[in-house]
Design a protein around this ligand. Structure first.
Ligand SMILES: NC(=O)c1ccc[n+]([C@@H]2O[C@H](COP(=O)([O-])OP(=O)(O)OC[C@H]3O[C@@H](n4cnc5c(N)ncnc54)[C@H](OP(=O)(O)O)[C@@H]3O)[C@@H](O)[C@H]2O)c1
Ligand SMILES: *[C@@H]1O[C@H](CO)[C@@H](O)[C@H](O)[C@H]1NC(C)=O
Length: 325
């Protein structure tokens, strides 16, 4: 009797908390036509779609592209409100020029949103196949570049009591692949957590986007496969022998198959999370973007390491020396 009553109370409390969370999560701000958002890596993928999506919503979008062609194509596909500029996030002086440009655009209002989206993945593959510069190439863009952009834009963001939206990944919680990508995304998670805590009292809000697998240039099996073959041919013969002659092609085949199975084409699932982080009264600290992230990868990241290790072992081939006779 008593336990029945307790159970009813607990269910009511949980229901009440969930309803309150959903209502709070749905509160939106307005006045977007007076708000500026700066996005990096807008040539393709999430950044490109987000720039167009926010432009349609009336935001003043400043889209940073890596290539002239990327910038010209985006400008042609958007309203005249949208401004583009060229930025390689590994170029500190380039970031400084971008800050000058944005500063003139926003005037006294400051910058409402910074979306750190630019990123690269290759080289990825077995850790033993990597050299130091392979790690540095990726860390320089995904982590050091992101930190540099954030620090240089911070004064403009502080002025607007704005939002920072950092694109990490489920690979910032689970190291499913070797190379600089996972360490860079773990770094983005950590940097964003620190930034959120220190800037909270100034009214600045920081959100982390953790997408699962989506079909974009970064997950192209052909580009990843070609690069894996490059790493393989660079290896000394004795290391190649320890993996077995067919290993690299087995690896490419399994990876192509896994990416084909896992990657969703609906990249708007990711840009909707980014938009929520920029338009909600109460943006979330973390967004798991995509059903695979919500149902598989994020839950997996809370389980003991041996479970994640087992999943990885299912996705990749076993080297010759590790095979059972
Ligand atoms: N797709 C996924 O499954 C997935 C999952 C989790 C997280 N992410 C993250 O989402 C973000 C966007 O990636 P995406 O999937 O949309 O792939 P994408 O289409 O390749 O977009 C990445 C963008 O960053 C640009 N970029 C690369 N190096 C740069 C640099 N040094 N400076 C400035 N821009 C640079 C790329 O330009 P170019 O095209 O000219 O190289 C491209 O426009 C990345 O941070 C990625 O790590 C993606
Ligand atoms: C970005 O800048 C780095 C040096 O800072 C350079 O090595 C790289 O090639 C540049 N990327 C592009 C695509 O221009």
């Amino acid at each position: 009797m008593l336990s029945h009553l307790a159970l009813t109370c607990v269910s009511l409390l949980v229901t009440f908390a969930a309803v309150r969370w959903f209502i709070r999560d749905s509160y939106k701000l307005d006045g977007f036509s007076q708000k500026h958002v700066f996005i990096t890596g807008c040539d393709s993928g999430f950044g490109n779609l987000l720039a167009k999506q926010l432009d349609r919503k009336g935001f003043k979008v400043i889209a940073a592209c890596l290539s002239e062609k990327g910038a010209a194509d985006l400008a042609a596909a958007a309203s005249p409100r949208l401004k583009t500029l060229l930025l390689n996030v590994t170029d500190s002086a380039g970031i400084r020029s971008a800050v000058d440009f944005v500063s003139r655009e926003v005037g006294e209002r400051g910058l409402w949103g910074l979306v750190n989206n630019a990123g690269r993945a290759i080289p990825i593959g077995p850790t033993e196949w990597m050299q130091l510069e392979d790690f540095i190439k990726v860390l320089d863009v995904n982590l050091v570049g992101l930190i540099d952009v954030t620090l240089q834009f911070l004064p403009l963001l502080k002025k607007a009591q704005g939002r920072v939206v950092n694109v990490a990944s489920i690979l910032g919680r689970l190291s499913l692949i070797g190379g600089g990508y996972c360490p860079s995304k773990y770094g983005v998670e950590s940097f964003s957590d620190s930034l959120r805590k220190t800037m909270h009292c100034f009214g600045l809000k920081v959100s982390i986007i953790e997408p699962g697998f989506f079909k974009t240039t970064i997950t192209s099996p052909d580009l990843i496969g070609d690069d894996l073959r490059r790493l393989w041919t660079r290896l000394p013969q004795d290391i190649r022998d320890s993996y077995g002659a067919t290993y690299v092609e087995d690896y490419v085949r399994m990876q192509t198959f896994s990416l084909g199975m896992l990657c969703s084409s609906d990249i708007a699932q990711v840009t909707r999370c980014m938009e929520h982080a920029l338009t909600a009264r109460y943006p979330r600290k973390r967004y798991a973007a995509g059903w695979d992230a919500k149902l598989i990868w994020i839950p997996l990241s809370y389980l003991p390491s041996f479970v994640a290790d087992f999943v990885v072992s299912m996705l990749l081939p076993v080297p010759e020396v590790g095979r059972k006779p």
